[in-house]
Design a protein around this ligand. Structure first.
Ligand code: ATP
Length: 255
């Protein structure tokens, strides 16, 4: 194990034709932390994750995941990560248990049944284990999807907009799952456009805007960037939404 951060990104750039999506993105993610990459639709969050997951090549810059360079040591990266997106990889006609056993077999694990049972318990799916996934709620499916990505215990997990399209109840269910991951020491890079989600889950938040990280830090750090209240009689902490709008608005004025 190295002392380097499990995710290190320097000067990452990517264009699609004439459209510059990433224009020099830098960040580190510390081991065992939850890092939220926050940005509006089209900000380049998925592009960043796809580069880190070796699914896409950057035009410039470097990135290492678990000590492996994404451009030159893709196999090492792939063995270290799992990627869960908005489009669940679960098979509807199988039960939750069968889905997990299938992945455990594909990964040549010793006791696929035990691996499945353990993950079902961790993600509160034991009662639904034998049911076909087609009968699951959106939140349950997403939880199963995240559980499937943990088979084999990858040290780094990418969650690309894990709660997109879920109702509030499903969202809370998935949040609990992410908190559970963090408690287990997995390093999590989460992309989201929901400020509340970043606020609740992340140790560190980076705001991706117009191809660059325009602010990053803990929620407390980001709050410091926000002008203090002046005329209010009751002093109120700014929410992450206030901070986000102030920073993004400021960047627009400067740009
Ligand atoms: P969302 O929240 O909508 O998923 P995002 O922050 O993940 O947004 P990306 O999916 O990384 O954003 O896309 C960034 C920009 O690049 C968008 O304007 C998108 O239309 C464009 N884009 C993404 N993939 C391609 C592609 N293969 N070819 C051309 N343009 C692309």
């Amino acid at each position: 194990m190295t002392t380097d951060p499990p995710i290190r990104v320097r000067g990452l750039a990517k264009s699609y034709g004439p459209v510059e999506v990433l224009r020099g993105v830098d960040f580190d993610v510390a081991r065992g932390s939850v890092f939220a990459l926050l940005g509006a639709n089209g900000a380049g969050k998925t592009t960043t994750v796809r580069i880190l997951a070796t699914l896409l090549r950057a035009d410039a810059g470097t990135a290492t995941v678990n000590g492996f360079d994404v451009a030159t040591r893709a196999a090492g990266v792939r063995e270290s990560i799992s990627l869960t997106g908005q489009f669940a990889a679960v098979d509807d006609i199988l039960s939750g248990q069968e889905n997990l056993v299938l992945v455990a077999r594909l990964r040549h694990l010793d006791d696929p049944g035990a691996v499945a049972d353990d993950l079902l318990a961790r993600f509160s799916l034991t009662d639904a284990a034998e049911r076909r996934v087609s009968t699951y709620s959106g939140g349950m499916r997403r939880r199963l999807d995240i559980a499937m990505s943990l088979v084999g215990d990858p040290p780094v997990i990418f969650l690309d907009e894990p709660t997109a399209g879920l109702d509030p109840e499903g969202r809370v269910e998935v949040w609990r799952t992410v908190e559970e991951l963090a408690e287990h020491g997995t390093t999590v890079l989460l992309t989201t456009q929901y400020l509340e989600e970043a606020e609740r889950l992340a140790d560190l938040i980076a705001i991706l805007h117009e191809g660059r990280i325009i602010a990053h830090g803990t929620l407390t750090d980001l709050r410091r960037l926000f002008p203090p209240p002046t005329t209010e009689y009751v002093e109120k902490q700014p929410t992450l939404e206030d901070v986000f709008l102030a920073i993004v608005g400021g960047a627009k004025e400067r740009g």
